[in-house]
Design a protein around this ligand. Structure first.
Ligand code: CA
Length: 364
């Protein structure tokens, strides 16, 4: 499969069609709808109906059914209902399910560059992620990375900038990071290890007990909306920001390539349009709900909100740059994607600094 075919198949072409109208010229040369009906399975890495992420996948499925007049029905499965969360990638690649919803950094063991398509430490915020995907070549690189697995990826949600995490003890300087046992996955975990912490990974369902019993000293999770629901404030008092390790994580839709090819063009356009709509809708939900939940955590639960000290942020930034370069030296695709991200950032930053950043600073 040539890369250009993939792009034409789902990325720029389908997104452009979806933006202009929910339909496109069909094989018979008209603008009519296809007549066949399809039932697809959507497996997710989230607990069933998990706020924001799981519920977002359910809304995405419903929108596809509504837009297609029931010609494409989507059955949504939470973690463990069809396959375990971390088998989502293989399940869609192998055809057990036609679609999956999760986060690309879960698959960095299979595709080292995958982290870029979710979040990297000190990387892009949500707005920049979308600009890179749609205007900066990011989506093409993502499609190229997943093509060997017979998968087509699309952005399908963003949690916004996350929180730095919950800590049982106050962090006054870099020295307080040393020796901490913290639940933090992916590249962020590698960075914390270099800062002297011991990163651990565990499923979301196990974190609360580990934190409450002191088996771990700290954990990152998502942001106030989800963290409040998990009750982390009952196990740790200090809530740190910013989420340097996940500044604007994109959630992914992955589609089995054979299933996609068997889908009529009008239904393909609907899937692409609904993924784009979900990308926006989920961002809006997280922004609004995180703000409400943070207020509740501080006002009603006495949570101590803290910014990471300057020396901690400086060290984490330096270690992140080192770790990205070391990964790039080991994997050619990681190198190309890192180059793309850095070049796009260099082009965007001069304007972003005098636009969004300057404005937000001035608004007070
Ligand atoms: Ca997180």
């Amino acid at each position: 499969m040539k890369r250009r075919d993939l792009i034409r198949g789902i990325g720029i072409g389908a997104a452009a069609v979806a933006a202009s109208a929910c339909g496109r010229r069909t094989a018979d040369g008209g603008h009519g709808m296809s007549t066949g009906t399809f039932t697809w399975r959507l497996v997710t890495t989230w607990p069933p109906n998990f706020p924001g992420l799981g519920t977002g996948a359910v809304e995405f499925a419903k929108q596809i059914e509504d837009c297609s007049g029931g010609r494409l029905k989507i059955r949504v499965y939470g973690d463990g209902e069809l396959v375990p969360a971390f088998e989502t990638f293989d399940a869609v690649s192998g055809g057990t399910a036609e679609m999956g919803h999760g986060a690309a950094y879960y698959w960095k063991g299979k595709v080292p560059a995958a982290s870029f398509f979710a979040a990297i430490p000190f990387g892009f915020v949500a707005q920049e992620m979308n600009a890179w995907f749609y205007q900066g070549g990011g989506l093409e690189l993502w499609q190229e990375a997943y093509a060997p697995f017979g998968l087509l990826p699309l952005p399908c949600g963003n949690s916004g900038t996350q929180m730095g995490g919950w800590f049982r003890r106050e962090i006054r300087s870099l020295a307080d990071i040393r020796g901490l046992k913290m639940r933090i996955p992916a590249l962020g975990g590698e960075v914390m290890a270099r800062a002297g912490a011991t990163p651990v990974t565990m499923p979301g369902s196990e974190i609360f007990t580990a934190l409450q019993t002191g088996a771990i000293d700290a954990t990152e999770w998502i942001g106030p909306y989800n963290d409040l629901a998990f009750g982390f404030h009952k196990a740790a008092k200090f809530y740190y920001y910013p989420g340097w390790h996940e500044p604007g994580p994109t959630l992914e839709l992955i589609i089995n390539r054979r299933a996609w090819d068997a889908l009529p063009a009008d239904l393909q356009a609907i899937v692409a349009a609904c993924a784009s709509a979900t990308n926006d809708r989920m961002s809006a939900e997280f922004m609004a709900r995180n703000a409400e939940a943070l207020e509740t955590l501080v006002r009603d639960h006495g949570v101590q909100l803290r910014a990471f000290p300057d020396d901690v942020m400086q060290a984490l930034r330096r270690f992140s740059a080192e770790i990205l370069e070391e990964n790039a030296a080991r994997d050619p695709l990681f190198r190309r994607v890192l180059d793309s991200v850095q070049a796009f950032r260099a082009r965007m930053t001069p304007y972003f600094d005098i636009a969004e950043r300057a404005y937000l600073n001035s608004r007070g």
